[in-house]
Design a protein. Structure first.
Length: 93
């Protein structure tokens, strides 16, 4: 795993896409990248060595979205959930 690979994955995230539980947009990671890239690489390498994601990166913010073709929004089937994951967790996957 190289710093270039990690950077490519982090920078591939859409900058203004909704943030996950960590509350950090991808644009924030891009802006602070020069200061944190070595630490992030160490985290990624440790995670791969152990074979699991840090617990914080596995927590998703669940947002219910209305299905446009449903009329009765009091029913659960009129909604679909989306999971918003932290940017670094998505980059490591």
């Amino acid at each position: 795993l190289s710093i270039e690979e990690v950077e490519r994955r982090v920078f591939a995230a859409q900058p203004w896409k909704a943030q996950g539980e960590d509350g950090l947009l991808a644009i924030v990671w891009k802006q602070v990248w020069p200061a944190v890239k070595e630490r992030v690489l160490v985290l990624f390498q440790a995670s791969l060595d152990v074979g699991e994601l840090p617990a914080e990166w596995r927590n998703a913010k669940i947002i219910p979205l209305k299905k446009s073709d449903k009329g009765n929004y009091t029913l659960a089937k009129a909604w679909r959930p989306i999971s918003l994951l932290p940017t670094l967790g998505k980059a490591l996957e």
